[in-house]
Design a protein around this ligand. Structure first.
Ligand code: FJE
Ligand code: FE
Length: 302
């Protein structure tokens, strides 16, 4: 099959795949299932990324009332819808193709539950915040599918969740510098996507079969996470006869000490102890948790 030429300036040092993980389904939340790649035992942290879950949830399962502090959660819906509500009265539904970029900062308590019939599927990425931003005011950035920047060229389509690609730019502000691109490659397409040299970057395959890093490497299929080594960008090929879909995510490493206790991510054990104290005593950002319960009325132990 002939390879289409990309008109994008060539990369000097394409990044190679240095590790590959298959994310297998595991139970999480209340009756939900996640394929966890980053955040599992063998890959505790890929600075600045804490968790990558490909989730699958069917009512009455879900992720009822639970807290977060010290990082961001990015929810990208692939199928169905998730209803969220938090202790400050912020609520809404994240539908197919929509993105919710939540900066938990000093504290959010919320629930994330199915909002449609059938199975809701999506990706949730947890991005760490630098020590200087861990205690900032919580903030939401929500973009509905129709408003997500898209571009297409030479058999490549990209949806730009964060950063920029093929001339399209996202409106999302990333407190921790991050790029998040959703690529679909037609059969025969060849991608060259620049990535800042100092950033950590990974690929997660959603659909089809792709060649990453080196054109002679073996094909990788869905539910695989690929960690990329050093270099100035990603080269990928679709040498199959079906569509290839994957996300490419990169972020500037924080290079800070990390202490995590479930949904609390701080720099020291002392700060974690303080956070548990704040949560249990409704202080320093958790004040509104005292009287709040979501409509589900359930609580997620952590
Ligand atoms: C959480 C257990 C959890 N992955 N993917 C403990 F399940 C969660 C949690 C999620 C989650 C939610 C969605 Cl919508 C998608 C997810 C884990 O809510 F935060 C803790 N602490
Ligand atoms: Fe959550």
């Amino acid at each position: 099959m002939p390879e289409k030429e990309s008109s994008c300036a060539g990369l000097k040092e394409p990044r190679l795949v240095v590790r590959k993980f298959l994310a297998r389904p595991q139970p999480e939340g209340v009756g939900a299932v996640v394929r966890r790649s980053i955040g599992r035992f063998e890959l505790r942290y890929f600075d600045p990324f804490l968790v990558l879950d490909e989730f699958s949830v069917t009512a009455p399962a879900g992720f009822p009332d639970h807290p977060h502090r010290g990082f961001e959660t990015v929810t990208y819906m692939l199928q169905g819808a998730v209803k969220h509500e938090d202790f400050d009265g912020h609520k809404g539904t994240i539908g197919p193709g929509d993105i919710q970029w939540m900066t938990a900062g000093r504290g959010i308590v919320h629930s994330e539950m199915p909002a449609a019939q059938g199975t809701q599927k999506g990706l949730q990425l947890w991005i760490n915040l630098s020590s200087k931003y861990k205690m900032i005011e919580p903030r939401y950035q929500e973009i509905s599918s129709k408003d997500i920047a898209e571009a297409a060229k030479d058999g490549i389509k990209v949806r730009v969740i964060a950063g920029e690609a093929l001339g399209a730019k996202s409106a999302i502000y990333t407190r921790t510098p991050t790029m998040y691109l959703d690529f679909t490659l037609e059969p025969g397409a060849h991608l060259q996507q620049p990535i800042p040299g100092s950033w950590n970057a990974f690929v997660y395959v959603l659909e089809g079969e792709g060649i990453f890093g080196r054109s002679k490497s073996s094909p990788v299929n869905a539910h695989h996470l690929l960690l990329l080594g050093p270099g100035d960008g990603l080269e990928a090929w679709n040498k199959s006869s079906k569509l290839l879909r994957f996300i490419l995510v990169g972020g500037e490493p924080l290079s800070e000490p990390l202490v995590q206790f479930g949904p609390f991510v701080m720099n020291t054990q002392e700060e974690i102890d303080g956070t548990i104290d704040d949560f249990e005593n409704y202080r320093n950002g958790f004040e509104k948790a005292r009287h709040w319960r979501s409509e589900s009325g359930l609580t997620l132990g952590f």
